[in-house]
Design a protein around this ligand. Sequence first.
Ligand code: HEM
Length: 226
Amino acid sequence: MNINFIKRFVFTSIGRKAVMAATGLMLGGFMLFHLAENLLLFKGEAAYNTWVDLLLSNPAIPLLELGLAAVFLTHIFFGAWVQIEDWLNAPRGYEARKWQGGRTIGSATMLYTAILILAYLIYHMLTFRFVDHSMGFYQMVTSAFRNGLFTAIYIGGAVALVIHLTHGLQSAFQTLGVNHPKYTPFIKTGGWVVALLMVGFAMISLYYLLELDLKCADSVYQVTIQ
Ligand code: HEM
């Protein structure tokens, strides 16, 4: 595949959508991996910190991080391009009619959930990635979630992610031509299952907030009965 073919490909509407689909599926894979590693929080401090330290000590990590950033940026760039094109080509009154004709909440709100996820991701990077990690990753994450506002932002981000993926995943397969009467229902169900798994991110943050509240309630109770 030479560079001229790639250039010509991304200058077609279907080419741009294919790039969005491929990068979207890669990000979906990353989200599943990231959720699995963060579920280790429930195994305790030693398990979580050992995993993150092991991961970060891998010499390939800087390269993988660059690759991940490139995939995110490509998805965002092409998403914006496709959206602007849609606006320019949309017939009059399209925005008002967009909720009609079998559209789901996921498909009709892709732009808004994308903006929310981007805002959430920037906040996430500023609070967990580009900060001092000397207290240990477990301490950093669990103490952050003990703040109600912080957890509310994380729950909002997870909800936007769920809604975005309910449409995004199945649509990505369709764009890439994986469309067959026999397999499409499985792809749709699979897309929903993966999307709903993202509720896990909200559950993690809520767990540490409520854990604190339960401890607070417990200590208030202890003080009261003494
Ligand atoms: C319970 C929710 C989450 C927790 C506890 C969590 C935890 C973390 C931590 C501790 C890091 C820093 C690792 C490092 O410094 O290398 C990180 C990085 C990252 N997280 Fe999350 N995360 C959560 C949800 C999410 C979500 C929903 C997304 C995407 C929308 C996301 C995307 C990322 C990305 C892209 C990175 C940077 C990866 C890297 O540079 O290695 N995270 N996360």
